[in-house]
Design a protein around this ligand. Structure first.
Ligand SMILES: O=C(CO)COP(=O)(O)O
Length: 253
């Protein structure tokens, strides 16, 4: 179902004490403020159970940063969908660009991970986006099309409605260089049109598409105001309550 979402991807940051502090600040913020969007965090896997305890009434959705495509077994270092379900995690990021760059993940992996999550009733936040040289060569639409089709188009209409897509142009991640609101809208509208062509407009209108890449307090509102942008996946600015809360408030008019 289409929702406004602000999700914080903590990546590999924070000691346990620091993570507990930020979770406590976020809980306090949620208790004292009405937000016009759902708020999710994806802390390091080690802290997922703590996050579920802190946000025990579902104040903030708790997501893993990655999940295995396999059900169980000899996959050292991996976390399964059953494990996530067993702590009542809400879902997982899938194929973030850093998983693609440093761990060789492809959209075929993404496809199996998305399916595994959906089969357990968990929400995938599927990440895609072009690299700088692809953007410079004007190939961003083609790249995003291939990614989206390979990762998602084996799903049924009912399944794809439950997927959250995060368009994160790689050149905008952690660089301070944000896509303009127009650039984000253009690609988001394109992704939605791909889904509409395959599954119909009604289905496409149900899918939440988030933008990620150097979203900050001062640009969030403009980006979120675009018709096909349903929120953001936030990296660096999710690590401080002052910044993250201002980004959440990008949805307050
Ligand atoms: O990769 C991102 C979120 O998943 C974006 O990171 P930054 O917000 O730090 O650019």
């Amino acid at each position: 179902m289409r929702k406004n979402i602000v999700a914080g991807n903590w990546k590999m940051n924070k000691t346990y004490a620091e993570a507990q502090e930020l979770m406590a600040q976020l809980l306090e913020y949620k208790k004292n403020n009405t937000t016009n969007c759902e708020v999710y965090i994806a802390p390091p896997a080690l802290y997922l159970t703590t996050a579920k305890e802190v946000f025990k009434n579902g104040e903030v959705g708790v997501f893993s940063q990655d999940v295995s495509e396999y059900a169980s077994g000899a996959y050292t270092g991996e976390i399964s969908v059953d494990m996530l379900a067993s702590i009542a995690a809400d879902g997982s990021l899938v194929s973030h660009s850093e998983r693609r760059t440093f761990h060789g993940e492809t959209d075929s992996h993404a496809n199996r991970k998305v399916k595994a999550l959906l089969d357990k009733g968990l929400t995938p936040i599927y990440c895609n986006g072009e690299k700088l040289e692809e953007r410079k060569a004007g190939r961003h639409f083609e790249v995003v099309k291939n990614q989206t089709e390979t990762a998602l188009f084996t799903l049924s209409a009912e399944e794809i409605k439950k997927v959250v897509i995060a368009y994160e142009p790689v050149w905008a991640i952690g660089t301070g260089e944000t896509a303009t609101a127009e650039q984000a809208q253009e690609v988001h509208a394109y992704i939605r049109s791909l889904i509409a062509d395959k599954y119909g407009k009604e289905v496409a209108d149900e899918v939440s598409i988030l933008y990620g890449g150097s979203v900050k307090p001062d640009n969030a509102k403009e980006i979120f105001s675009q018709p096909d942008v349903d929120g953001g996946l936030i990296g660096g600015a999710a690590l401080k309550i002052e910044d993250f809360s201002k980004i959440i408030e990008g949805f307050n008019s």
